[in-house]
Design a protein around this ligand. Structure first.
Ligand code: V47
Ligand code: SF4
Length: 359
């Protein structure tokens, strides 16, 4: 029996595959065979349902003290293109989103050298007052750790105070690749992988759901990707607090990594999503973030184990500053069409995956 046959048997009988087996899928199996296994694993959990939400991204500031080498979004104070949104403008965008049927605001930004922790509490309170129906998914573990440093509070205190001010869940950013050698090359100033995991664990303990991302297609190896997913699978066994896993395809323009690459291939994108679906047997949702993948690969990925297309987004800076070719926004009707044309059933969800409408 070949290694692929062993993996196939395991997936068919609902058994967990090992890290070596995941690596084997990256290096030797053909795309369609991997995709078929991933589709089976997904169907068992999600049937034909594909989720999306109506959301809006707001990035309060791009000023960041970290300046990760891969990040084309961040600026230093005074640099051309540096901005910080006024509180009124943040609230205006949230109110507008709510008026247009959004159920979620997604808020992530740079680590600003001068804003205080109290300012971020105020942002949450002001959004809650301006648009009380919106779920606020905000601040990566990297931002949470920064708030702890600038306030002198513990991670637990920071999270508890943010929850009291209106925070309802955390996005999955800042994970990049959790392996130390890779972080050293692409984001040496950023919190370590261990710190990222510890903060997420604390959030889960307090009852906050989070996502987990993986930035791929830069300097990392396949075994780094598997090691990353293994750390997430282990934590998920312990807490059950992750909702979706979101592989983020690296967008190559305006980065300081100076890599001789054009970005991940369509085959790599699909294989990565499919292997994630097979390996992360304790995650209910694998999200294809169409902003980084493009609409077409995101749509095709629905036959490769993916069951979530993120949302309408409306305005996107992180990927587009780095050369993303996708539009900045999709309409709800556009997402529904993408899903229907793939033969699946579109389900609008809220942030916590409660179905709102089936189409
Ligand atoms: O952590 C930065 C990534 C992340 C680039 O939880 C890049 O639902 C690709 O967290 N190419 C932030 N990626 C975004 C994020 C996110 C996005 C969508 C959905 C969710 C969710 C979370 O953006 C960062 C970093 O990994 N990023 N630069 C780039 N050039
Ligand atoms: Fe700052 Fe986040 Fe960009 Fe790193 S990825 S430079 S922490 S905004």
């Amino acid at each position: 029996m070949t290694t692929f046959d062993t993996i196939s048997l395991k997936v068919h009988s609902g058994q967990r595959i090992s890290t070596d087996e995941a690596l084997h899928l990256f290096t030797s199996a053909d795309l369609l065979a991997v995709g078929e296994l991933a589709a089976l694993a997904n169907e068992r959990i999600n049937g034909s349902h594909v989720y999306f939400n109506v959301n809006r991204h707001i990035n309060p500031t791009n000023i960041c003290v970290n300046r990760c080498a891969f990040c084309a979004f961040s600026r230093t104070v005074g640099e051309e293109g540096a901005y910080t949104l006024a509180l009124d403008e943040i609230c205006r965008r949230a109110r507008e989103a709510e008026g247009e049927g959004a159920t979620e605001v997604h808020i992530v930004g740079g680590l600003h050298p001068d804003l205080t922790f109290e300012y971020y509490e105020e942002v949450l309170r002001a959004i809650t007052a301006a648009a009380p129906k919106l779920h606020i998914k905000a601040f990566t573990a990297v931002e949470i750790e920064y708030f702890s440093r600038i306030s002198g509070l513990t991670i637990e205190q920071v999270l508890t105070r943010l929850m009291a001010a209106g925070l309802s869940s955390l996005p999955g950013g800042g994970a990049e690749i959790l392996v130390a050698e890779v972080r050293q090359k692409i984001c040496p100033e950023k919190i370590s992988g261990e710190q990222w995991l510890a903060i997420i664990k604390q959030a889960h303990r307090l009852g906050l759901k989070t996502n987990a991302t993986m930035l791929y297609g830069h300097v990392e190896s396949h075994s780094d990707r598997v090691a990353h997913m293994d750390l997430l699978r282990t934590l998920q066994d312990e807490t059950g607090g992750f909702q979706a896993f979101i592989p983020l395809a690296f967008q190559t323009e305006n980065s300081d990594l100076h890599l001789d690459i054009t970005g991940s291939s369509g085959i790599d994108d699909l294989k990565t999503l499919a292997i994630a679906r097979i390996f992360l047997d304790n995650f209910d949702h694998i999200k294809a973030y169409w902003i980084m993948l493009g609409e077409k690969i995101a749509q095709v990925s629905l036959s490769f184990g993916v069951n979530d297309l993120d949302g309408t987004v409306v305005e996107e800076k992180i990927g587009h500053e780095a050369g993303a070719m996708s539009p900045q926004s999709l309409t709800k009707e556009g997402i529904i069409r993408l899903i229907k044309n793939s033969g699946k059933t579109p389900v609008e969800r809220d942030t916590l995956y409660r179905p709102l409408h089936r189409y």
